[in-house]
Design a protein around this ligand. Structure first.
Ligand SMILES: NC(=O)c1ccc[n+]([C@@H]2O[C@H](COP(=O)([O-])OP(=O)(O)OC[C@H]3O[C@@H](n4cnc5c(N)ncnc54)[C@H](OP(=O)(O)O)[C@@H]3O)[C@@H](O)[C@H]2O)c1
Length: 513
């Protein structure tokens, strides 16, 4: 800590009621802190959204002097912030950064941390809310929470401005049992209102806009149901392979890494009923209800709602890339999937007989995350004669990344003396309408956690509901190993059986082949 303290952004603050705060990042020497967390905090300070009394403490096993931590965070901001480093603001932020080193399971380290926070409170002359951001690998989530409980750090005065909060990174468990256990450990120390489970997809503008599009537009909500929707397709596709993270990824796979969390969140927001209000609990209640309404997945040989595959070699951007099994750190007997597709049936009145197809994969043809709502044909189709009209299904595509926006696909007459038709697209692009320098997901999430707004975080019962659906699939795959694990060429849109699953009902993936 530096001797001459500047009140944090004194005189500039227009903060949204953020109580004075100390943020402690566990795992602060890691990749996420450098790439996302500290740049997000810097950008919040540029926007005057931090409280006057603010301090950031990095916590980790390595011994890092305060000055060295500040210097590495300066480099991180220069490299990763959406805005350039501004000297005057950075000087104030860096003065309020320090580092504490300790083993994550050593209570002494937490006692030192407590003393440091006491000293900060004394120098600010007021209590600080304690925000504990757990950004370590998951093997130390539990010891950290237990130590926060055993030390006097996790104040439980929830409902007050100085209540502690804990923000937890993904992955939240690796199956239902471990997620339930982690929830129990957390809830022994923190009240659920103090817990903020991250799914950074929820911090993305387009994902937040889903509720606005659905519930603020009279043209969409009345047709958002089985009377008008033929099917819903959600795709989270990456071009990248596992790279140097093979060892980590092989213990996870597409179902755990992407489907159980990000993709299921997209399903919940797309399918949920209108909440009673914008209150976080009302929204999360509706999300839980719709996840719980998904029927158990069929896993039979003849009838299956799931497909899994892993990438073979192939071409990405014209370059030959290795097969999954040839990547660094992947055991030869691996049966980990790099692609998973699921057919979900939601057992409620709104979505009767409307399949939700979801898929996620690595080494796919293109990087894209999108939700496509495919509508039914009009009841009377004047343009069906002899197949001479090229009529297409209306589709609404919500593009989450890249090129965030919404596209409506509809039929239009081609100008000319004959009646000929062609699908046309109406685009709305965030960057065109609002400019491209929008806040990053982590800015919104860190600010909301400091305010105590849990809307964009996953509640304990929500994560368990999602694991309940996924767990039998994981167990089935564990038992069947490589049986039924297909291959797809890198640079393609996935395995053939995924296309076949949609074809059963006369559907096709929006991008396939
Ligand atoms: N990086 C991303 O883009 C990203 C994206 C989404 C979610 N996440 C999640 O965010 C968390 C942090 O990710 P990260 O990429 O920053 O992780 P990381 O760089 O692998 O690890 C963060 C820090 O944790 C400590 N650590 C590493 N391995 C450990 C071990 N086996 N036991 C105890 N401590 C260990 C290290 O700090 P010390 O040695 O100083 O203790 C390390 O600097 C993870 O839960 C990850 O799943 C990351």
């Amino acid at each position: 800590m530096e001797d001459s303290r500047h009140p944090f952004l004194e005189g500039l603050s227009k903060h949204r009621g953020v109580a004075p705060a100390v943020v402690v990042i566990f795992g602060a020497s890691g990749d996420l802190t450098a790439r996302k967390l500290v740049p997000a905090i810097y950008n919040l300070s540029v926007d005057n959204l931090l409280p006057n009394e603010f301090h950031l403490i990095g916590f980790g096993r390595k011994s890092i002097p305060d000055e060295a931590f500040r210097a590495s965070m300066e480099d991180a901001i220069k490299q990763h912030s959406r805005r350039t480093l501004r000297g005057e603001i950075w000087q104030r932020v860096r003065a309020e950064m320090s580092y504490t080193s300790s083993d994550y399971a050593d209570l002494k380290g937490y006692e030192e941390l407590a003393k440091k926070i006491d000293a900060l409170e004394a120098s600010f002359g007021r209590p600080l809310q304690r925000i504990f951001y757990i950004s370590t690998p998951p093997n130390v989530f539990e010891p950290i929470i237990e130590c926060l409980g055993k030390s006097r750090l996790a104040k439980t005065n929830h409902g007050t401005q100085t209540a502690s909060k804990v923000i937890i990174e993904k992955p939240f468990g690796r199956d239902l049992k471990s997620a339930q256990r982690l929830n129990r450990v957390i809830n022994q120390v923190f009240d659920e209102s103090q817990v903020f489970r991250i799914d950074h997809y929820l911090g993305k503008e387009t994902v937040q806009d889903l509720l606005v599009q659905r519930f603020a537009n009279a043209i969409f909500e009345p047709i958002w149901n089985h009377n008008y929707v033929e099917c819903v397709q959600i795709t989270v596709a990456e071009k990248l392979g596992v790279g140097s993270r093979g060892g980590y990824y092989d213990g996870s796979g597409a179902l755990r890494d992407m489907i159980q969390n990000h993709t299921m969140q997209l399903v919940a927001l797309t399918a949920m009923e209108a909440p009673k209000s914008l209150d976080p609990e009302s929204i999360r209640d509706e999300k839980v209800k719709v996840i719980q309404a998904i029927q158990p997945l069929k896993l039979g040989v003849d009838q299956s709602d799931v497909v899994r595959a892993r990438y073979a070699s192939g071409l990405i951007d014209g370059k030959e890339v290795a097969a999954y099994l040839d990547e660094e750190g992947i055991p030869k007997d691996s049966f980990t999937e790099t692609y998973a597709a699921l057919r979900l049936k939601i057992d409620n009145a709104r979505w009767k007989n409307v399949p939700f197809y979801i898929r996620s994969g690595k080494r796919m043809a293109r990087r894209t995350s999108e939700i496509a709502i495919r509508f039914k044909r009009p009841p009377v189709n004047l343009f069906s004669e002899g197949g001479r009209f090229n009529v297409t299904d209306n589709t609404m595509v919500i593009q989450i990344q890249p090129n965030e926006g919404i596209t409506l696909v509809m039929n239009s007459k081609i100008p000319g003396l004959e009646t000929r038709m062609q699908p046309v697209k109406m685009h709305f692009r965030y960057a065109t309408t609002f400019g491209s320098n929008t806040p990053e997901a982590y800015e919104r999430l860190i600010l909301d956690a400091m305010i105590g707004d849990g809307t964009l975080f996953i509640r304990g019962d929500e994560t368990e509901a999602s694991w309940k659906l996924i767990d039998p699939v994981l167990q089935h795959w564990e038992a069947t190993k490589c049986d039924g694990l297909e291959l797809y060429p890198s640079g393609s849109w996935g395995p053939k059986s995924s296309d076949a699953m949609l074809n059963e009902k006369g559907h096709e993936w929006r991008h396939s082949g």
